[in-house]
Design a protein around this ligand. Structure first.
Ligand code: ADP
Length: 527
């Protein structure tokens, strides 16, 4: 391994950028971040996926005397980065649990003989006594904490071993640290700063606006058919389809293969070998559909992903944003489609409420889910709303989301909501959506007659509207937690706290005007 860096002025980031990385100028916040680390400042850098975070720690490590440490959560990620750096002539190495003895020995030797400029290491390996002993003997130039959101218990990427990193300032006093993440929400930010104990850190955040991503939300109906229709346009491309469970990712991939698509499931239940095999295929440039759970994420650096689909609701805007951010990293146009269904949201809310997390965690998780509902139901620019969740204001509409391209209006659905709430209440909160709709629309059937619901004064008060319309109102009430569904019998019942203000006209419900016309519930339509 030769050390090209030494041939140049070691202290000049601009020169390193040109000679080592082959780029002419820094992008966005790169220069600022690098300058701060060069001045011994701690930094928290928030930049979307593909924004160019890596050189923000690689260049300071090359410019400063000593060896830079890069803490990374994934072995595959470390190996990729090390291989890329070595190709550029930079002496880099990785220490992790999957190294052969001889490889580990060589790396340790390179560290001790001060040959390395950059060492990638997992948090648990870094904090082992033998590693710390080895590092005591050499100068550490800076510490980068990549994927820093892994330290936050709020994110889906939480890694308990990242919590060990709170010891860094004690072990490496006065070594500047730079924490990097593409997760932008304020709660996670605060958590990172606190857990890493870097209260003085400068926070740098670049815009999260990705103008090459077309954002679309569609109503979920015949899920697998809708998915196949969508994927037909992308036969020769790389796509990612996110599902809410391992089981569903297996089923969906299997189904797609049956219909002749090149699809494969990816989730945490696969062996390390299987996962590596899939990642290799994905990175090779093969047109491939990965049907994945959230386990497919970090380290996915294929630039030409053209479509990201969410079959189920992501847990919050930051998960959603990170996942759609995996599309179009090459800067070319890419599409993202979220399948939305109010009943799914109600189910997600139910599971949250019955989970074992603390009340505080439940509150945050519910508010994140609510933001996803708002994002799905809004008639305004979706990009604007999404960026707003991260504290960023977009002054004009994006023109690259479905709402901007095909504007829809909202209509006041308060009276419709009141009719549904009354029908649920007057029928004893013991029936499912289908029965409630039949009562509202004045449809006779055995069940209606058996329970004599045709005698209720509200029987038929919703005759003027279609089955689709009523189902949509019910789903929207479920999404907003006004209506809940019994686990065993799927009966609808009221959340009094939220139903009362609607019923008394103290709150209004607005519906997207296009909802009635949509294809949503075609299969259940009794018209
Ligand atoms: P991130 O870690 O933020 O997802 P990367 O560091 O992997 O992003 O960078 C994304 C892509 O942008 C890479 O292909 C990288 O080589 C390229 N890149 C980074 N900085 C620059 C720059 N200043 N000029 C041109 N390309 C850059």
């Amino acid at each position: 391994m030769f050390d090209k860096v030494r041939l140049h002025d070691e202290r000049d980031p601009q020169k390193i950028l040109e000679t080592v990385f082959g780029y002419q100028c820094f992008r966005g916040l790169q220069k600022q971040a690098i300058d701060l680390v060069m001045q011994n400042q701690d930094v928290l850098l928030l930049m979307p996926t593909g924004g160019g975070k890596s050189i923000c720690y690689q260049i300071p490590a090359l410019c400063r005397p000593g060896m830079g440490l890069v803490i990374s959560p994934l072995i595959a990620l470390m190996d990729d980065q090390v291989a890329a750096l070595r190709q550029l002539g930079v002496s880099a190495g990785a220490l992790h649990s999957e190294l052969e003895n001889e490889e580990a020995y060589n790396i340790r030797h390179d560290i001790a003989s001060k040959k390395l400029k950059l060492l990638y290491v997992s948090p648990e390996r870094l904090l082992q006594n033998d590693t710390l002993k080895l590092l005591e003997k050499i100068q550490i130039s800076m510490i980068a904490i990549d994927e820093a959101h892994c330290i936050s218990v709020w994110g889906h990427d939480f890694r308990p071993e990242y919590r060990l990193l709170c010891d860094l300032p004690r072990i490496f006093p006065s070594v500047p640290r730079i924490a990097l993440t593409a997760t932008a929400d304020p709660v996670t930010q605060k958590d990172i700063i606190q857990a890493l104990d870097m209260p003085e850190a400068k926070i740098l955040r670049s815009s999260f606006h990705r103008s090459n991503l077309f954002i679309r939300v569609i109503q979920k109906n015949t899920e697998s058919k809708q998915l196949r229709e969508l994927l037909k346009k992308y036969r020769d491309a790389a796509c990612i389809v996110y599902c809410g469970s391992r089981n569903k990712s297996e089923r969906t991939a299997h189904n797609l293969v049956r219909y002749g698509f090149n699809a494969v499931a990816y989730h945490a239940g696969l062996s390390a070998l299987e996962k590596r095999g899939i990642l290799l295929r994905f990175r090779s440039g093969e047109p491939l559909i990965i049907v994945a759970t959230v386990a497919f994420g970090m380290g996915v650096d294929r630039p030409d992903v053209r479509l990201v689909v969410h079959l189920d609701m992501p847990r919050g805007p930051e998960d959603y944003y990170q996942q759609i951010g995996r599309a179009g990293r090459d800067g070319d146009l890419a599409e993202t489609v979220l399948f939305y269904n109010g009943a799914d949201v109600a189910k997600a809310r139910y599971f949250l409420e019955h989970s074992t997390i603390t009340d505080e965690q439940k509150k945050i998780a519910c508010s994140r889910l609510d933001m996803m509902v708002a994002l799905s139901e809004t008639a305004e620019c979706r990009t604007k709303l999404l960026l707003h969740c991260f504290g960023e204001n977009l002054d004009k509409s994006c023109n690259h989301c479905d709402n901007c391209k095909n504007p829809v209006r909202l209509l006041n659905g308060t009276i419709a909501a009141q009719k549904v709430i009354s029908a649920v209440y007057r029928t004893g909160q013991r029936f499912g959506a289908m029965h409630i709709i039949n009562v509202l629309r004045g449809k006779y059937n055995i069940q209606v007659e058996n329970f004599q619901h045709n005698r209720l004064s509200l029987f038929g008060i919703g005759k003027d509207k279609s089955h689709n319309f009523w189902r949509s109102v019910i789903h929207q009430l479920m999404a907003r937690d006004v209506l809940r569904q019994g686990e065993e019998f799927s009966n609808l019942f009221l959340n009094q706290e939220k139903a009362r203000p609607l019923l008394r006209g103290k709150k209004s419900l607005f519906l997207r005007e296009d909802i009635e016309k949509s294809e949503i519930y075609k299969c259940q339509n009794t018209d």
